[in-house]
Design a binder for this molecule. Structure first.
Ligand code: HEC
Ligand code: HEC
Length: 176
């Protein structure tokens, strides 16, 4: 097909160039998916293996400096694993990533903020402000906002856009 024929066809089907751009950007991971096997094993043992692109470098450095007291749990690693995983999270941290959501997370934080939780500061806190307690803490199938994968059905692929959100007991999220 020639370019003008595609435009013509899109016109007949009622599709605007915006439709294409929008659906493409929603299908691209907003955050770089985790590829490091050791990370998936060690940091996915107790909870969802949060993508490094969800926090800035300074947050990861702080978290890795006290893994023996990690939110009340001991998540200590041997020194080889510690170094490998610290390198990994730093190199893929929000401030180093060009992925869309990582950029937004990075930009929303002042350089003095060193959040250890992903959803407590900046952009992600704002994104979740419309959720009620009943949908999260009071929802037996969710329990906490930390359980990204409970609502973001393709979280493991770094896909957080609205088309892949379904809240247990509530269904698909329609923003209006
Ligand atoms: C022994 C279990 C355990 C292991 C292993 C573990 N964590 Fe955690 N992690 C926790 C607990 C418990 C919390 C707090 C969860 C809560 O309050 O809902 C947590 C919370 C987090 C949070 C904050 C999530 C939020 O609420 O925004 C991050 C980020 C995190 N862990 C990263 C890691 C990384 C990186 C590793 C690997 C080095 C790791 N965790 C290994 C138990 C663990
Ligand atoms: C209780 C369900 C639930 C949990 C748990 C949850 N989210 Fe969300 N998230 C949502 C909903 C609903 C929206 C859309 C909010 C809106 O549009 O007003 C959203 C929006 C987002 C967005 C913005 C997407 C966009 O296209 O604008 C990102 C990124 C995101 N969440 C990441 C996370 C991460 C990372 C976690 C885990 C630390 C998490 N979420 C946990 C329900 C949840």
């Amino acid at each position: 097909m020639k370019p003008y024929e595609i435009i013509l066809l899109a016109g007949i089907l009622g599709l605007s160039p915006y439709t294409f751009a929008d659906s493409n950007s929603n299908k691209k991971p907003g955050v770089e998916p985790v590829t490091n096997k050791l990370y998936l094993e060690e940091c996915g043992a107790c909870h969802f293996a949060y993508q490094p692109g969800l926090l800035p470098e300074r947050s990861w450095r702080k978290m890795f400096s006290s893994l023996d007291d990690h939110f009340g749990d001991n998540a200590e690693l041997d020194s080889r694993a510690h170094d490998e995983l610290l390198n990994y999270v730093v190199s893929e941290s929000a401030d180093k990533s060009s992925r869309k959501r990582s950029r937004k997370i990075s930009k929303s934080l002042s350089s003095k903020d060193v959040p250890l939780r992903i959803t407590e500061d900046g952009y992600l806190k704002k994104e979740h402000r419309e959720l009620s307690k009943k949908m999260v803490e009071g929802n037996p199938k969710v329990g906490s906002l930390s359980r990204c994968e409970a609502c973001h059905t393709r979280a493991a692929e770094g896909l957080y856009s609205e088309r892949y959100i379904s809240i247990p007991g509530y269904g698909r999220w329609e923003d209006d």
